[in-house]
Design a protein around this ligand. Structure first.
Ligand code: PMP
Length: 362
């Protein structure tokens, strides 16, 4: 998979377009949470909400568009980009299409947030909502509708994040090298990844990063543990299909780009909505990181693994680096009850009472 020039790790001078501000996200210590949890290892969050379009999926959108242009299957002024997505790939694609002048249609399950829809519209994409409960291979699902649109809309093309090799390659060539560069230039005692934790939707993120890790550690005698996080209600990490609120992770089928077993992925951890949203609030409140719901799933899954017997040797090792992928930001979810309803805590209620005492109102 080599043969690509080393990518740039920081921004020098001015950028040509917002596409150049995709990726290059910071790796930030979650030191307060690590301390609260009694962990000796270093807990690090890869902050994908700081990418131009606000998520980890900007990377694959940019790469799939550039690759399709290179192969001549996307024709400027003619092609209509169609994609079934939980929203973030759509935002990344719509961003690329806005800059490059393609029309864009996004098919989006009903449960996905209004904020994602509004952003897509702002970027000029046309949205088609589909029933959340539709099975992936039914004609009504976001995938089924996108396929029938591709057949009927002149010059319509699905770049297909579920099967496009550029999806995991984007992470192999950008996300993974960025993590290694951050570690290499840090003052941490070890420059290696001991544990990688990421949620899986298409599985492109975890598959691409894990391939980078395995290639990087070949011949070194080191072996990182890779843990995938999957919501209860998804079949990827086992269990029956069902409903859950968290957006962007879990499916009722195995996408082609996901390589779910060792040597790439060592273990799957299942998470519930409640723990995910509590962990999201915790990341915002204690670390000041504006993360979305699947980031809470990733943190919750990471902590569960670290506190399990299998994770003990990493949790107690002060030289171990634990990297958690934080895929998007809470600005995607501001109108969701899980976010709105849990922001006020006792300390705030007490302070509000004091304010009322001074000015006669809250
Ligand atoms: N979290 C969010 C919010 C997402 O939108 C996605 C993409 N579906 C993921 C996690 C998972 O990323 P991937 O598709 O690479 O597995």
């Amino acid at each position: 998979m080599g043969g690509e020039p080393t990518q740039q790790h920081h921004w020098n001078g001015v950028l040509d377009s917002a596409l150049d501000a995709v990726g290059n996200t910071p790796l930030i210590r979650l030191s307060k949470i690590a301390k609260e949890e009694g962990l000796a290892c270093t807990l690090l969050g890869k902050c994908e909400f700081m990418s131009a379009g606000g998520s980890v999926k900007d990377r694959i959108a940019k790469r799939m568009v550039l690759d399709a242009e290179k192969r001549g299957v996307l024709i400027p002024g003619q092609s209509v980009v169609i994609e079934p997505t939980s929203g973030n790939t759509g935002i990344g694609l719509a961003l690329a299409c806005a800059i490059k002048g393609y029309q864009c249609i996004i098919t989006l399950p009903a449960k996905m947030s209004l904020e994602k829809e509004v952003m897509l519209k702002a970027l000029g994409a046309v949205i088609v909502r589909t029933p959340t409960e539709a099975a992936w291979d039914s004609p009504e699902s976001h995938i089924g509708v996108a396929r029938s649109l591709e057949k009927s809309i002149p010059h319509g093309i699905i770049l297909d994040q579920y099967a496009n090799p550029q999806n995991p390659l984007a992470h192999y060539h950008t996300t993974y090298p960025e993590i290694m560069h951050a570690l290499a230039t840090s003052d941490l005692p070890s420059k290696h990844i001991s544990l990688l934790v990421a949620g899986a939707g298409t599985g492109g993120t975890i598959t691409g990063i894990a391939r980078g890790i395995r290639d990087g550690e070949a011949g070194t005698g080191k072996r990182a543990t890779v843990v995938a996080v999957d919501p209860v209600g998804s079949i990827l990490g086992g269990g029956e299909p069902g409903n859950y609120e968290v957006e962007g992770i879990g499916y009722d089928f195995f996408p082609e780009v996901l390589d779910p077993r060792p040597p790439l992925i060592d273990e799957w951890v299942k998470t519930e909505d409640k723990e995910s949203f509590a962990a999201t609030k915790r990341l915002i409140r204690t670390e000041g990181l504006f993360v979305g719901g699947s980031c809470g799933s990733a943190l919750s899954g990471a902590l569960r693994y670290l506190h399990s017997p299998a994770g003990q040797h990493i949790a107690s090792d002060p030289t171990a680096n634990v990297v958690i992928i934080l895929p998007d930001g809470v600005r995607n979810y501001m109108s969701k009850p899980w976010f709105l309803d849990q922001m006020e805590d006792e300390a705030m209620v007490e302070l509000k009472q004091q304010i009322k005492g001074v000015i006669g109102r809250e």
